[in-house]
Ligand binder design. Structure first.
Ligand code: FPP
Ligand code: MG
Ligand code: MG
Length: 329
């Protein structure tokens, strides 16, 4: 019966582990100063955790590559699973850090349909809460991934690379020349750093780019209620994403507007008018679907397995990719 339930909802396979991770994160995020504990724990409260995509993808990926035999270097199957759980927690800590700092940089008032942390406690405390969470991520990595052979050093390096990529992606977005702003290559590289690098460095999965493309569509099409933020925020901040880049290919006149930037509200209106007439949104969806296909192909390319839970986890990852493409929030 359990098996039938898992086939209907593959996420049931890891549901308990994901809630265990939420609980652990809640108890981990405790600082010496109560106010810092309050700030750092803000997005870990029950109901404030968001979609928990990081731990979900990571655990499914872990199950997808699980081998029949225990690894003699790393330990028994249960010990390995525990390490993956810690890795999922660390990834979520880094992810939440990036969101808190992002809202400071963006002066955002809302996050996950709630007031942003900088809105509730001010940006100074938000910066420090993020720093605190990042320190927790790396201390957890050092303590719980430790082993005699020093294998954790590689894992910690991957995590450091992920943080480095986040910072680089954010910087690329902030300091962009008019020519770079019109480049699809620059945009995709930036999107990889901002969104895919964390998840792919943590589990080498590939769903991140598709995720960012859908995000950028929703910035245009979603209602502010379902997005948990004001829509059209990218363009108002002068951030040019795939839908506009595609529209520009159809309407070269749009390029002049994009190069001028969006400080003038009439430029925003004009760009939106071009976007509405173009196939920009449609083509962004197709590009997202292509990346989702790459992710699915990568999963299919994993070594063959007859283990039921390995196969279910692989299918769940593919389903999740499909769901991310179809999501509306
Ligand atoms: C959200 O993008 C932002 C990110 C995914 C990355 C932000 C990265 C940093 C602030 C670098 C520092 C990170 C660490 C871990 C120290 P968005 O603003 O386009 O989207 P959103 O606000 O709508 O979610
Ligand atoms: Mg933002
Ligand atoms: Mg931002």
């Amino acid at each position: 019966e359990q098996m039938a339930k898992e086939l209907l909802d593959p996420l049931a396979l890891i549901k308990d582990e994901v809630s265990e991770i939420s609980n652990r994160l809640r108890s981990m995020v405790v600082a010496e100063v109560p106010e810092l504990t309050l700030a750092a724990g803000y997005f870990f409260r029950a109901g404030a955790e968001g979609k928990r995509t990081c731990p979900t993808v990571l655990l499914l990926m872990a199950s997808s590559i699980s081998m029949d035999m225990a690894d003699p270097i790393v330990g028994s199957k249960n010990e390995i699973r525990e390490r993956y759980m810690r890795l999922a927690e660390i990834t979520e800590l880094i992810h939440v850090t990036s969101l808190i700092h992002d809202d400071v940089l963006d002066d955002a008032n809302t996050r996950r349909g709630m007031d942003s942390l900088n809105c509730v406690m001010g940006k100074k405390l938000a910066v420090l809460a993020g720093d605190f969470l990042l320190s927790k991520a790396f201390s957890t990595a050092a303590v719980s991934l430790d082993n005699a052979e020093g294998h954790n050093i590689k894992v910690i390096l991957l995590l450091a690379t992920a943080v480095n990529n986040l910072v680089t992606g954010e910087f690329m977005q902030m300091r962009i020349t008019p020519i770079q702003r019109c480049s699809m290559d620059y945009y995709l590289q930036k999107s990889y750093y901002k969104t895919a690098a964390l998840i792919s460095n943590s589990c080498k999965a590939v769903a991140g780019i598709a995720y960012q493309l859908i995000d950028d569509i929703l910035d245009f099409t979603g209602t502010s209620a379902s997005l948990g933020k004001g829509s059209l925020s990218d363009i108002h901040q002068g951030i040019v994403t795939a839908p506009i880049l595609f529209a520009m290919e159809e309407y070269p006149q749009l390029r002049v507007i994009v190069e001028q930037g969006f400080d003038d509200p009439s430029n925003v209106d004009a760009a939106l008018a071009y976007l509405a007439r173009s196939k920009g949104i449609e083509r962004t969806r197709l590009l997202a679907a292509e990346h989702a296909k790459l992710a699915a192909d990568a999963i299919d390319a994993l070594p063959e397995s007859k283990d039921g839970s390995v196969l279910i986890s692989r299918q769940a990852l593919k389903d999740l990719t499909e769901k991310l493409i179809k999501r509306t929030k």
